[in-house]
Design a protein around this ligand. Structure first.
Ligand code: URA
Length: 246
């Protein structure tokens, strides 16, 4: 989780991996005196540097040690880089799209689902947040088309529910009923369209869906409006998501 020792990299490689531009751009910036290393104008794109030695246009580099964010995904946006429609990446600085390693969402929310989403370039952190073995639950606020019939909580929690087209039953999930068409559902795994398919399996239809929590992290506590995000370190994120037992 971004705790690897900092390795010196070629200046041009460092800047291209952070999405600033191409290697040829770095040569121009050097020629124009826009880059300093330890306060001195840079002269060699191949010079090995660590990120905190470098200023570009007098500014420190943008998240050179990894990038993780919590984001309020709005409705009508897609968690993909290629699909049609408005992509979640449109809400972030364009430069971030060119970063390597690439940013990706931790799991996906459907186009018609809003709520809490984590985006990171840290593969290990991504795995920690998605693997059922790591016990980080996801909670959804669900609005249903039809009133509950009273059997749903038992069917979702007994570990026997099989979704259409699958063979393996879902892990037990906890349903909290607010009224006959409003519930919260806590999942401990993330299958394709899982909430919608679970309600379809018990004869209902999801009208609106929002992810309200990832582990202990609550969307309401982030104060993020739809489309807004906050950056934080992987360590900070894990503390919010999984407070240590006292
Ligand atoms: N379950 C769904 O059906 N959709 C989501 O986006 C997330 C969970």
């Amino acid at each position: 989780m971004n705790t690897k020792p900092v390795k010196a990299e070629r200046l041009d490689k460092l800047l291209t991996c952070l999405g600033y531009g191409l290697r040829k751009d770095v040569r121009f910036w050097i020629k124009d005196g826009l880059i300093t290393i330890d306060g001195e104008p840079a002269s060699n794109p191949a010079k090995k540097v660590t990120p905190d030695q470098v200023l570009l246009m007098e500014k420190p580099l943008d998240h050179p040690y990894g990038l993780t964010l919590i984001y309020h995904k709005p409705l009508d946006t897609v968690c993909s880089r290629k699909e049609d429609g408005r992509l979640i990446y449109a809400d972030f600085p364009e430069r971030w799209i060119g970063r390597k390693p690439a940013l990706s969402s931790v799991g996906r929310l459907d186009k018609e689902t809003s709520g809490l989403l984590i985006i990171t370039d840290d593969g290990q952190l991504n795995h920690q947040l998605t693997s059922p073995k790591k016990h980080i639950s996801k909670t959804y606020a669900v609005t249903l088309d039809r009133p509950l019939n009273g059997t749903e909580a038992e069917k979702f929690s007994d570990g026997k529910l099989i979704l259409e087209g699958e063979e393996k039953p879902c892990l037990p999930a906890e349903l909290t009923i607010h009224d006959e068409t409003h519930v919260s559902l806590v999942l401990h795994e993330g299958r394709y369209h899982q909430v919608r398919r679970m309600f379809a399996a018990v004869g209902n239809h999801v009208e609106a869906l929002q992810r309200t929590h990832i582990g202990a992290l609550a969307l309401d506590d982030t104060a993020l409006a739809p489309g807004e995000y906050k950056t934080l370190t992987g360590e900070e994120l894990m503390i919010l998501v999984k407070p240590s037992p006292i």
